[in-house]
Design a protein around this ligand. Structure first.
Ligand SMILES: NC(=O)c1ccc[n+]([C@@H]2O[C@H](COP(=O)([O-])OP(=O)(O)OC[C@H]3O[C@@H](n4cnc5c(N)ncnc54)[C@H](O)[C@@H]3O)[C@@H](O)[C@H]2O)c1
Length: 283
């Protein structure tokens, strides 16, 4: 496929570009900053400018209309910029990408959503565990709100365009291989990771999930939680949850180190299965 990726210069984007190129796709990276290392052609695009986005996605000048779009570019967390600027960047950027896809008749769109929608940092305990896509949305920041509203935009664009697939991947906390050096410290202070239910996503597994979502023949707006299969901790779930969320009961049959961010839907619908485990990574 000819794939236009936004945010291909970033942490997750670098892994996604590498994976898509390795699987034979023809990828162009549209980002406001150049990548540290070029893995594919790069186009400087500011997503807040609709003309720039439309030109990139439709391939007007490149002579290369896109078959699919992966939309990762965003201000990727709360607290990096003012709330208003985060909200504006993410909402306007996402609208421009979805609208450019609609006008250019690109019907295969995968975009980054986030675990934050589940209610991170869980000052209010989760309603149940493991959390899944049916859990009530509870964004606690302008960043989380921008992502929840992006999911709503995806639903409405799919209502307008029945041929459209617009899949949102609710990524957990992204870890590049060099980040595994931090995991020893996580074991010493397990309470410090309660804010995202001890979840993580290896960037390479996140990239695999993007590829599987692109390859899915389904249509419509769906969201999928994308995390690794186990928590960041060697301490078991009974003790972690007992310490940090004593009011929440764990279901029978849940593995002691099994992720508390359920990936069952991604497994079932996309055939997603993570390949990496923090405990077997050099750290
Ligand atoms: N990092 C995480 O732990 C995490 C967790 C859940 C979801 N996500 C989501 O995954 C996506 C990628 O996150 P990341 O960690 O790789 O972030 P990152 O900051 O490393 O990369 C984001 C990229 O988007 C680009 N960008 C931002 N605004 C832009 C604009 N207006 N126009 C063009 N390019 C722009 C940046 O230049 C950067 O290269 C984001 O949508 C983020 O919200 C990240």
């Amino acid at each position: 496929m000819k794939i236009l990726i936004t945010g291909g210069s970033g942490k997750l984007g670098t892994a996604v570009v590498a994976d898509l190129v390795a699987h034979g796709h023809d990828v162009v990276n549209a980002d406001v900053v150049a990548p540290p290392t070029a893995q594919c052609p790069y186009l400087e695009v500011d997503l807040r400018d609709f003309g720039e986005v439309f030109e990139a996605i439709s391939g007007v000048d490149l002579g290369r209309p896109s078959d699919a779009v992966v939309h990762l570019a965003a201000t990727p967390a709360p607290g990096r910029r003012s709330n208003a600027r985060t909200f504006q960047n993410n909402i306007v950027g996402t609208y421009n990408v979805f609208e450019a896809c609609r006008r250019a008749r690109v019907h295969n769109v995968v975009y980054a959503s986030t675990e934050i929608i589940f209610g991170l940092p869980f000052a209010t305990p989760p309603a149940y565990l493991p959390v899944d896509e049916e859990a009530p949305a509870r964004p606690e920041s302008a960043y989380g709100l921008s992502k929840l509203l992006s999911e709503e935009m995806a639903k409405q664009f799919c209502r307008w365009e029945p041929e459209l697939k617009c899949f949102g991947l609710r990524f957990s906390n992204v870890q590049s291989p060099e980040d595994y050096a931090n995991f020893a410290g996580f074991q010493e202070r397990p309470e410090e990771r309660h804010w995202n239910l001890w979840g993580y996503i290896d960037a390479r597994d996140g990239a695999k999930a993007v590829r599987l979502a692109l390859e899915s023949p389904l249509k419509g707006a769906e969201v999928f939680t994308i995390a690794n299969a186990e928590t960041t901790q060697s301490m078991g779930n009974s003790e972690l949850v007992g310490r940090c969320f004593p009011e929440v009961r764990l279901p029978d049959g849940l593995g002691e180190n099994e992720t508390l961010l359920s990936i069952d839907k991604a497994r079932r619908v996309l055939g997603y299965e993570p390949d990496h485990h923090w405990w077997s990574e050099p750290g």
